[in-house]
Design a protein around this ligand. Structure first.
Ligand SMILES: Cc1ncc(COP(=O)(O)O)c(C=O)c1O
Length: 425
């Protein structure tokens, strides 16, 4: 072994993802010994010979099978780029996935998967509530392609969920179960393995019904949907993976077999992330565990404070679930921590929520989540304003609901800010 070789195990023992985020997949001897992977800011790559160029294209375009030791060579940055390839290798470690693809936004990852795996006449069965952009794509864009959305409320029992599918009239058209768990912004849970069972029940010899999970809220640290039967996992990497509110990106992970068509679709839609974003994401991954752990501890502290406050009516936080809650067994089964997204209903109505939001000093009023700074927003009029008011009510998105993405600040400072803002209400 040369000092340049990156080790993923020692004496046969696999290293943890956080130990590998600084080195995995990168060889310093490719780049003058640089300890960090440089930014490969290039659109195209030089072939040594015409024969080599031909061979690279044959593999990239699936014109022939790869030889036993053959790797796809670098061709053009819409198809592949070292920053993206190394980043994608590192991302697979957290979710224990065979393959991953990085996109230029979470919505790009989501829409590419939906366009790849849904065809006219299909049904997509999706959880509610769901991120507003995904909700719009599923309920307003997909129907123009004759793909029918059928929604079900997160937090319901598996029996109730299947009844919602059957009541649509033609469940045999089911092609995909798309879930966001925990749901944005209410933190309701959906049992991933129960969805897998249902998908298997409605799969046929010709077609596998896919379970696709948007795992943005718990990030790659606190929930691993592939282990519970999901076929594909999606992230807005803008959130915890990027973690500094300074980039937009998305990720899809799964088996090689399911990811290959997603990569091909990405090549032709041209919505891959660029090298600079890939480099920033690699930098972010080095501190992913530190950040997410600190954010989770802060969120626990803050949620406890909110739960005891007389001006707070309801706290939606996984760390507050009690053993008698029907969602508790699902939490225990599939979540490794409550994460750092806290929502709560303030006593009163929209005006009271706005007074609170306008009174905060340290915590910034902005959408997005998962960054190092705490952010607060009003889902009903901001991230989820596309959803009509009646549907919002059904989903538990009230006019007094406030969502906080908890950052890495000092927890006492965060509570002090919230306390002073609640006093003004
Ligand atoms: C749960 C969830 N999924 C997907 C997205 C979309 O990601 P992006 O903004 O990176 O396109 C968001 C954005 O807020 C989100 O919260």
């Amino acid at each position: 072994m040369k000092k340049y070789d990156s080790h993923s195990s020692i004496d046969g023992k696999k290293l943890h993802p956080e130990s590998l985020m600084m080195s995995y997949g990168y060889r310093p001897d490719w780049s003058e010994g640089a300890i960090k992977c440089p930014i490969f800011q290039t659109s195209t790559f030089v072939f040594e010979t015409a024969e080599e160029g031909k061979a690279f294209f044959e593999i990239a375009y699936g014109l022939r099978e790869k030889g036993p030791k053959e790797e796809i060579g670098l061709i053009y940055s819409r198809l592949n780029n070292p920053d993206l390839e190394i980043l994608e290798d590192r991302l697979t470690l957290w979710d224990d996935a065979e393959s991953s693809a990085v996109f230029n936004s979470g919505m790009a990852a989501i829409s590419t998967v939906l366009l790849q795996y849904l065809k006219p006449g299909d049904i997509i069965f999706h959880s509610e509530p769901i991120y507003g952009g995904t909700d719009y794509f599923i309920n307003h864009v997909l129907p123009t392609l004759n793909i029918k959305p059928v929604g079900f409320r997160a937090g319901r029992s598996s029996k109730e969920i299947e009844e919602a599918l059957i009541s649509c009239g033609n469940p045999e058209k089911l092609a995909m179960i798309f879930i966001e768990t925990p749901s944005n912004p209410t933190n309701d849970l959906i049992d991933i393995s129960a969805c897998k069972k249902m998908a298997e029940k409605y799969s046929t010899a010709d077609r596998q019904v896919l379970v696709v999970v948007d795992n943005t809220f718990l990030g790659p640290l606190w929930q691993h949907p592939l282990k519970h039967g999901a076929d594909l996992v999606l992230y807005s990497a803008t959130k915890f993976i990027g973690g500094h509110s300074d980039l937009i990106a998305g990720v899809c992970l799964g088996s090689k077999e399911l990811m290959e068509p997603v990569r091909i679709m990405r090549t032709f839609l041209g919505n891959m992330a660029d090298a600079w974003t890939g480099w920033l994401l690699m930098r972010s991954l080095e501190t992913l565990k530190l950040r997410m752990t600190s954010q989770m501890k802060n969120a626990r502290y803050l949620a406890n404070f909110l739960a005891d406050h007389p001006k707070v009516e309801r706290v939606c936080y996984l760390g507050q679930l009690t053993e008698d809650d029907p969602q508790f067994p699902v939490y225990k089964k599939q979540c490794l921590s409550p994460g750092s997204m806290v929502s709560f209903d303030i006593a009163g109505e929209e005006a009271h929520a706005f007074k609170f939001l306008n009174s905060l000093k340290l915590i910034k009023l902005a959408v997005s989540l998962g960054g190092t700074e705490s952010l607060v927003e009003h889902p009903a009029t901001m991230t989820h304003s596309d959803i009509e008011p009646k549907a919002q009510q059904r989903m538990g998105i009230t006019e007094k609901l406030i969502r906080i993405s908890v950052g890495v600040e000092n927890p006492e400072d965060l509570v002090m800010d919230i306390e002073q803002a609640l006093k003004k209400v």
